[in-house]
Design a protein around this ligand. Structure first.
Ligand SMILES: O=C[C@H](O)COP(=O)(O)O
Length: 251
């Protein structure tokens, strides 16, 4: 990467996606996780866990980590269709962040309204995360640039750039260095916190760590990199700790 810098001062937070209370406890025990993110990897890039798993984590996880939940894709809304909307929102009120994807909506002129509907009714304390897919062709989602432009109108103050299809390469292969830099600059100009994800490896994270300070994201989000094998296998506390050390290092 050309946009590099030698002295490093910014610390970068770590989000780890987990699918169960057991995995959430492993992530919490690593002591370097800023956000514990609930997500069922078998149900897609933003696959939602069951309401029972969400409740178990809210009720039984000790520790101070912030909590996030993936709520699937806007085209499939609502999440947990069998659950009454009031009860659903009561559970979601326990989370600090909520994410909804925009796959399949590239040709839908009303995609912003459909996105807004997903977040309507969520308690104010839940921060809305704008998710943009780097593999927008595969995802058939609006471009990252369009998502950034609409984020404020939808009430988002965080931008997550992720990949929709986990079999076709990671973030740093999908976006040119120039496009990534321009996206991060544009998001920061709009006061969006920036989270980078998408099959990031330890080496990718080291490269991101070397970006010039103005381009360093607020958080890195991972699952595959901290799993024992592929991203469907269990997460591994040692791998989380290794990533945590890399993110908190000063050079
Ligand atoms: O929110 C981030 C994702 O869970 C990242 O998953 P991944 O590292 O396997 O692409």
């Amino acid at each position: 990467m050309n946009h590099t810098h030698s002295a490093r001062k910014n610390t970068v937070g770590l989000l780890v996606s987990v699918r169960s209370l057991r995995e959430a406890a492993v992530a919490e025990s690593a002591q370097c996780v800023t956000i514990i993110d609930l997500k069922e990897p078998e149900h897609g890039s933003l696959g939602c866990v069951s309401i029972e798993v969400a409740n178990a984590v809210l009720d039984d996880l000790s520790g101070d980590s912030l909590k996030s939940i993936a709520l699937g894709e806007a085209k499939d809304w609502p999440v947990w269709p069998q659950v009454d909307a009031a009860i659903r929102n009561q559970v979601l009120a326990g989370f600090d962040f909520a994410k909804v994807g925009l796959s399949g909506l590239v040709d839908q002129p009303d995609w912003v309204s459909r996105w807004k509907i997903c977040f309507a009714g969520l308690p104010d304390r839940v921060q809305r995360v704008a998710v943009a897919y780097a593999d927008e062709d595969l995802a058939q989602s609006p471009s990252i640039e369009s998502v950034i432009e609409a984020a404020e109108e939808v009430g988002c103050n965080v931008l997550l750039i992720d990949t929709f299809n986990k079999q076709h390469g990671g973030l740093l292969k999908l976006l040119t260095e120039q496009r990534l830099a321009s996206i991060i600059q544009s998001a920061k100009k709009r006061k969006l916190k920036v989270v980078l994800a998408g099959s990031l490896t330890h080496e990718d994270v080291a490269a991101i760590r070397q970006l010039s300070p103005s381009l360093v994201p607020d958080l890195i989000a991972v699952r595959g990199a901290v799993c024992q094998h592929d991203r469907s296998s269990a997460i591994d506390a040692t791998k989380i700790e290794a990533l945590g050390s890399l993110l908190s290092s000063q050079s």
